[in-house]
Design a protein. Structure first.
Length: 296
C-alpha cells in the first residue's frame, strides 16, 4: 500500500514523464521498482525504454502497468543486477544459459560476460555445474572424456592390434553410463459410470500430467516438453514433484520414458464419487492415478 501511495504522489511532468515508482508486468509476473533502478545501466534496453519522452509508445497491460514480453521468473535476476551491478545466483542454478539469453535481450553486456562459461587450465567446461544448464550437457560427457584419456595411454601395439575387442569395450562402456532412477507420472481424471456397472465408463480428458523425480532425469527424458515454471530454481540433483508436461497424452509420456530406457514397476489409483447427475442415475467419479517408472 505504501508503494501505491508513493506512486500516486510522484506525478509525471513534461520533462520527466515517468513516476518515481514504476510497476512492470514481465511475462505475467508483476514487479514494482524505482525509476532510477531501471535507468541505472546506460545503453540498456530498460534505459532506452524509460528515458524516452513518448510514454505512449510503451506497451501496457489491462491495468496500466508497463508490459515486457519476456521470462517473468528470470527477470528478478535482471532487476537485481540493475540495482547494484552485481550477480548473485542460488547454488546449483540450473538456468544460467537462459539467463544469459535474457541479459543479451536487455542489452547488458557486463552481465552477459558474468554468465558466460569460463574455461581454465585445470577445469573443463562441464566441471562446474553452475556454468551451463545440465540439460544441455551430454550425459555421456564424463565417460567420453575418461575413455579418451584411457585410449591415449594404450600401448601402440594394442592400438594397432585387432580392433574388434577394443571397439566392443568402448561401446559397452558407453552404454552403461545412463543414470539409474525413478520417475513418477501422475494425473487427475474423471469419468461417468451408469447404473449398469458393465457398461463402458465415459472418460474425460486428462487436465494435467504431473512429473515427480530427480530434476536432471526429468529434463533428460522430457526435454522441452517439461514445464518447470512451478519450480524454476530446483538444482539438477534434487527431487521435485511440481513439474508437469506441456501435453496431456499419457501415451506420449510413456513413449518418451520407454525411449529413455525406463520401464513401469508399479502403479496405483484412487477414486471417489464426486456427485450424481440430477436427471439420470449416472455417477461422476474423480480419480488420481500414478505410474512409477525405473531405469537401471
Amino acid at each position: 500500500m505504501a508503494l501505491a501511495d508513493n506512486a500516486g504522489c510522484a506525478k509525471p511532468s513534461e520533462d520527466f514523464p515517468f513516476p518515481e515508482i514504476i510497476e512492470l508486468n514481465v511475462g505475467g509476473q508483476v514487479y514494482i521498482t524505482r525509476h532510477p533502478t531501471l535507468v541505472s545501466v546506460p545503453g540498456s534496453l530498460l534505459w532506452e525504454m524509460f528515458t524516452q519522452k513518448n510514454v505512449r509508445s510503451l506497451a501496457r497491460d489491462s491495468k496500466g502497468r508497463f508490459f515486457v514480453d519476456r521470462d517473468g521468473f528470470l527477470f528478478r535476476y535482471i532487476l537485481d543486477y540493475m540495482r547494484d551491478q552485481q550477480l548473485v545466483l542460488p547454488d546449483h542454478f540450473p538456468e544460467r544459459s537462459r539467463l544469459q539469453r535474457e541479459a543479451e535481450y536487455f542489452m547488458l553486456p557486463e552481465l552477459v560476460k558474468m554468465l558466460a562459461p569460463k574455461l581454465s587450465k585445470q577445469n573443463s567446461l562441464g566441471d562446474d555445474p553452475c556454468q551451463s544448464d545440465p540439460e544441455e550437457l551430454s550425459p555421456n560427457a564424463d565417460a567420453t572424456r575418461n575413455l579418451t584419456s584411457a585410449s591415449a595411454t594404450l600401448p601402440s601395439a594394442v592400438a594397432g592390434g585387432p580392433g574388434g575387442a577394443v571397439t566392443a569395450g568402448v561401446g559397452a562402456a558407453s552404454t552403461d553410463v545412463r543414470r539409474a532412477g525413478f520417475i513418477t507420472i501422475g494425473y487427475r481424471g474423471s469419468y461417468t459410470l451408469g447404473r449398469d456397472s458393465q457398461t463402458d465408463a465415459k472418460f474425460r480428458r486428462v487436465a494435467r500430467i504431473m512429473v515427480c523425480g530427480k530434476t536432471s532425469l526429468a529434463k533428460e527424458v522430457f526435454g522441452d516438453t517439461l514445464n518447470e515454471s512451478r519450480d524454476p530454481d530446483r538444482p539438477p540433483e534434487r527431487y521435485t514433484s511440481r513439474y508437469y508436461l506441456k501435453f496431456t497424452f499419457l501415451e506420449q509420456a510413456f513413449d518418451k520414458l520407454a525411449d529413455a530406457g525406463f520401464h513401469m514397476v508399479a502403479c496405483n489409483c484412487t477414486g471417489t464419487c464426486a456427485f450424481t447427475h440430477n436427471q439420470t442415475d449416472d455417477r461422476i467419479w474423480t480419480s488420481y492415478t500414478e505410474y512409477v517408472f525405473y531405469r537401471e
